[in-house]
Write a protein that binds this ligand. Sequence first.
Ligand code: FCB
Length: 466
Amino acid sequence: MRLSFPERFVWGTATAAYQIEGAVAEDGRTPSIWDTFSHTPGKILAGDTGDVATDHYHRSDADVDLMAELGVSSYRFSVSWSRVIPNGTGPVNPKGIDFYSRLVDRLLANGISPAVTLYHWDLPQEMQDAGGWTSRDTSSRFAEYAAVVAGELGDRVGMWITLNEPWCSAFLGYAGGVHAPGHANGAEALAATHHLLLGHGLAVGELRSVLPSSAQIAITLNPAMARPASRSEPDVAACHKIDGLQNRVWLDPLFHARYPDDVIAFTSDFCDWEFVRDGDLATISSPFDVLGVNYYNPVIVRHHEGAPAAARHDGHGNTTGNVWPGCDDTEFVDPPGRHTSMGWPVDATGLHELLVRLWTDYRKPMMITENGAAYEDVVSPDGEVHDDERLRYIHEHLLAVHDALNDGIDVRGYYLWSLLDNFEWSYGYSKRFGIVHVNFDTQLRTPKDSARFYAEVMKTNGVAAL
Ligand code: FCB
């Protein structure tokens, strides 16, 4: 039996600028924090950098053609801030704008609707030198940049995502030290949290004033599907803390114009939240249209007491700093069962459960803006990539989305991460998430079996029941 999706369901693929573009010093682009971080010895596996990546900057025409062949109806990509406004603030770089403008035109000519992410972690280095997201000024500079891009592309782009996974920017970047800028300071992470949210709110205001009223404005979060390891009171309390830092500290200000009291309390050793000024929460809670949800796996949390240090199977590798300020009494447990090559557990029930929770608590139309899996792909002697495990992962997660639709939850689309194998942040090129294989020596693209599977899903607007 084939299960069908709603008529106007959006089927897409997703990428991000630094992970695919390369051409880091071309046509006026200046370095971002990811250029600096990836060129810092020891930060990225095997010393990989995004200098060339998938060379998409020079191959975007062919990559769009590839998507057209697959039958993709929407493409989510991010704009590199320092390509468009070198140094982060000041004059606009026409060549930078031109690249994205041509990309948008080619997408539209192929019947693919563009979905723009304005910030997928690549802060201009000069903004970082001025304090990065710990500085309130960065929020305003981000809103200015959002207005510039919207002014240039807004006549042709209908879907706008302000930030991608700001939790990662704040906590992996400023507390855990595993993402750029590589700081290990809980206080900075909490200030960054507020300034990212403020930047989002200010950007929503700018986007509304520049874009036609039909434009859809979104923010993409990576909410944790956090499950307590047991029903014991300490485990449930530990899980609630993780839920606080990864979910409610973002969702509550966005939807209810307040920060959760418990998060303010358990982070009080790090800061007193004095960076929140009058009026900020009203700005942050400016209405937006769609909640973007990135989902990969659930996490299991339990109470932790004393030494030795807590287990951190939270999917973010070995961090130099503590990703979870104020949460020393929590730990993450690795569940049994299938795992991807990231070491992330495979459990599609988490996606369904997450959508139910978000819908129950916040009632906003949602898009899955990322979902996918990394596996150790091999090119077979027949020249093909038979990525059965990825195919199965995608299949199961599409069924989970279908379950949510059956529950009456307003899910409007699904963007597969990712179109291409690419630069997977601190893991460099060692982790392949693409439905299209990339040979990083020759830049040859080879659609994997999962790409053919997804093409069939998109063509039939449906998926077989398992
Ligand atoms: C998400 C990121 C994306 C990609 C996937 C695997 O956290 O948004 O860029 O790295 O994980």
